[in-house]
Design a protein around this ligand. Structure first.
Ligand SMILES: C[S@@+](CC[C@H](N)C(=O)[O-])C[C@H]1O[C@@H](n2cnc3c(N)ncnc32)[C@H](O)[C@@H]1O
Length: 287
């Protein structure tokens, strides 16, 4: 990501989460009342002017909203399951403008740590301050590429994290932007601060050797590269279990976004997500 500039992709995904409100209530599977506050001023203006029909005509717009509905629902469910099992610590690694600490009542009684790049975190704090919203999250500032990841457990401990208690780490929309060195170092750091029964929920881009990228996948890659945050990393889903196991995690679940969309959304909305979409959501448990 660009130094000194809040993440543009974080702005995009927060906006798409918020724009889920344009969907009819009976098919909406995730709500983010804070997302729009992070959208570009152009999108905010169209919403204020109540012109969702203009937004609906923007190419790929419906797909983006549907995609974020599915991703948000799967990860919100991971939070609910973790809390139901008694977990009380959540780390949002690369939190961006994720407002789970504010918007999920299930997290009352839990401690949420948000780790992100200083520029993104600063923008989040000033936006929430303008809204008068007081997040109970604890903020830990980190650049995953330049600051030693093996110091993260200590950074979290300084913010009150207890490595003896189970932690759910959500690594949403981050792995694709990191170098392999940062991925490896991050997973080892997560394993280090996560005691057995802790969990890791993450999104990733599937990269199968020799596979030709679909037009839709190339369009997404082009768009994020233009925002200054090119995709750098992905896993072959067949190789993911071994990669995780070598770093102390057992893969428990791994689903592609289109597969999940088929289960969660009505067919006409699910079909806006390309069957060749490469994004996946995986859940792993600390060994
Ligand atoms: C697409 S956003 C996802 C944000 C959030 N997890 C979500 O899903 O809404 C990517 C996030 O990764 C963070 N990120 C990317 N590279 C980073 C780095 N080198 N150090 C710290 N954070 C980084 C960005 O600041 C941004 O918040």
């Amino acid at each position: 990501m660009r130094e000194d500039t809040p993440s543009r992709t974080a702005q995009w995904v927060a906006a798409a989460r918020g724009l889920g409100m344009l969907l009819p209530a009976d098919i909406r599977i995730a709500e983010d009342p804070y997302g729009i506050a992070f959208a570009s001023t152009r999108i905010q203006k169209l919403i204020e002017e109540r012109r969702p029909s203009v937004l609906a005509q923007v190419p790929g717009f419906k797909t983006w909203i549907a995609y974020m509905q599915v991703r948000t629902k799967l990860l919100d469910d991971a939070v609910r399951n973790f809390v139901d099992m008694g977990g009380r610590q959540v780390v949002l690694l690369g939190a961006g403008f994720d407002c789970r600490a504010l918007r999920m009542p299930e997290l009352d009684g839990s401690v949420v740590f948000e780790v992100d790049h200083p520029a993104t975190q600063e923008h989040k704090l000033s936006t929430l301050a303008k809204l008068g919203a007081q997040s109970p999250a604890r903020y830990v500032t980190w650049d995953f590429e330049t600051r030693a990841m093996d110091e993260l457990p200590e950074g979290l401990a300084d913010a009150g994290h207890d490595a003896e208690q189970p932690t759910l780490t959500i690594w949403e929309g981050v792995t694709m932007y990191l170098t392999e060195a940062a991925i490896d170092a991050s997973l080892r750091a997560i394993a280090d601060y996560s005691c057995p029964t802790s969990q890791l929920a993450m999104t990733y881009q599937a990269k199968t050797p020799g596979e030709k990228l679909s037009l839709a996948a190339r369009a997404v890659q082009f768009a994020v590269a233009r925002l200054g945050e090119p995709f750098r990393w992905g896993w072959d889903p067949m190789a993911l279990p071994e990669y995780l196991e070598e770093r102390g995690f057992a893969l428990a679940d791994d689903v592609s976004t289109p597969e999940a969309a088929d289960k969660l959304l009505p067919p006409e909305l699910a079909s806006t997500i390309s069957r060749a979409d490469h994004s996946r959501v995986a859940l792993a448990e600390r060994l």
